[in-house]
Write a protein that binds this ligand. Structure first.
Ligand SMILES: Cc1ncc(COP(=O)(O)O)c(C=O)c1O
Length: 412
């Protein structure tokens, strides 16, 4: 391969393995080896790789040409379908292209609605490449906090406030900053720490923010259309001001969505003194909309039950094996979202996780051991179960995960 260029995206160097085909739960490399893929397009492929109906919908739409920046019936149908999935209060939509774009737009909308400029986010949260929430990269890239600031002006960070997650000490901080805070953005279930027992904290947060005039943005880019039709907002029965979506909604193609309630709409788009930007060459494009619509047409309660049950099986089996072999790891998660913690001590938030887990190099050795036996484990540790998964494949993964754990503990 030529040395005349470099692709700087992480993991995309000339020498990294390249994949040429995906099918259901597997990925085939250029050299012809099949891998069990536990990453599933970073959680975007709820029906696995190359689902026939989704591929067919994309092909049909591609034949009509990719009509960009023009109103089209596919995006209208997707809007209709989304409104049937989401809670009734969330019926104003801005379509965009990625989760990062959605959170960036959500932040701007919150500022425009309130006239306040500060944004609070939580330790261990991840909202993509959005300047306003990159105070803490969640350690995903094994970098120090300072590195994650590179290229972001200090003035941007002055408007950001980082809060400890799942921690009662935030209430006075919110009160003291209420006159500055436009919004607080939170993943209702953090990918870095998917806590099943978070409902009461979220409920308190939402009611506290409401009383203080701080908008709440739920970042449902992982949980949206995955944990239930209406995402975590529906499952926890909470009314929030703005919600962002992505991943599953794109059916494998790039998408982002900001949904806001009527009050945010009244204070932004309906206010003639305010001009809110919604443009973008690929925003609301019919190709992504066709893939999204085909996906939503296949999503139903049976899907949610099946992927949650498979995930329960996965976590319970892993934990049973970890206990049996005295491996100090633990599998935890919520519905179809799971992760292995490299400790078996109880964890309240990401900060505790960082303090208690085995170091990052042990975790990457664990992934490498799995790689050697043909299993791709997500670098961010988040395992999102697809409908194409089955018990026999999971048993293979569980067996190898336990063996890999034993190996890294021996070498530690
Ligand atoms: C919770 C959350 N928010 C935002 C993003 C950013 O989305 P994207 O990678 O599509 O820009 C991600 C991506 O993983 C995410 O998990």
């Amino acid at each position: 391969m030529s040395d005349s260029f470099k692709i700087l995206n992480g993991g995309y160097s000339h020498s990294s393995p390249q994949f040429v085909k995906g099918f259901k739960n597997t990925l085939k490399s250029q050299s012809g080896q099949n891998y069990i893929d536990m990453t599933m397009g970073a959680g975007s492929l709820i029906f696995g790789h190359a689902d026939e109906e989704i591929v067919e919908a994309i092909e049909q739409q591609a034949k009509c040409s990719a009509i960009f920046l023009q109103n089209n019936p596919v995006i209208q149908s997707l809007g209709q379908k989304v409104s049937e999935f989401l809670p009734d209060s969330l019926n104003n939509y801005i379509f965009c292209n990625t989760g990062s774009e959605a959170t960036q737009r959500a932040v701007r909308l919150a500022r425009a609605a309130t006239g306040k400029m500060h944004i609070a986010s939580f330790q261990g949260g991840w909202h993509g490449m959005n300047e306003w929430t990159l105070l803490d990269d969640g350690g995903r890239f094994g970098e120090t906090q300072i590195k994650s600031y590179a290229g972001i002006p200090c003035s941007a960070l002055e408007y950001s406030l980082l809060l400890p997650y799942n921690d009662e000490s935030i209430w006075p901080t919110l009160e003291n900053n209420a006159d500055k805070l436009a919004a607080i953005i939170i993943e209702p279930i953090q990918g870095s720490n998917p806590q099943p027992e978070i409902k009461s904290y979220l409920t308190k947060l939402v009611s506290y923010c409401k009383s203080l005039g701080i908008l709440v943005i739920f970042d449902e880019i992982i949980t949206g259309f995955r944990v239930a039709k209406g995402g975590a907002t529906e499952v926890f029965n909470l009314e929030v001001d703005i919600v962002t979506y992505g991943k599953v909604l794109g059916g494998g193609l790039p998408v982002g969505l900001v949904a806001c309630n009527q009050s945010v709409y009244e204070n932004t788009f309906a206010d003639p003194t305010k001009s809110i930007l919604t443009g973008g060459t690929f925003s609301a494009n019919p190709l992504s909309a066709a893939a999204g619509l085909a996906t939503l047409n296949k999503l139903n309660e049976q899907v949610y039950t099946q992927i949650a049950d498979l995930s329960d099986y996965f976590r319970n089996s892993l934990n049973r094996e970890f206990e049996k072999f005295d491996i100090p790891f633990m599998a935890n998660g919520y519905k179809s979202i799971s992760r292995i913690y490299f400790t078996n001590s109880p964890i309240q938030n990401r900060k505790q996780r960082d303090a208690l887990e085995l170091p990052a190099d042990v975790q990457s050795k664990f992934r490498y051991e799995l790689w050697k036996v043909g299993i791709i484990w997500p670098t961010n540790g988040i395992v999102c179960m697809p409908m194409t998964q089955n018990i026999s494949t999971l048993d293979i993964v569980i067996n190898h995960a336990v063996n890999s754990a034993k190996k890294v503990l021996t070498f530690k």
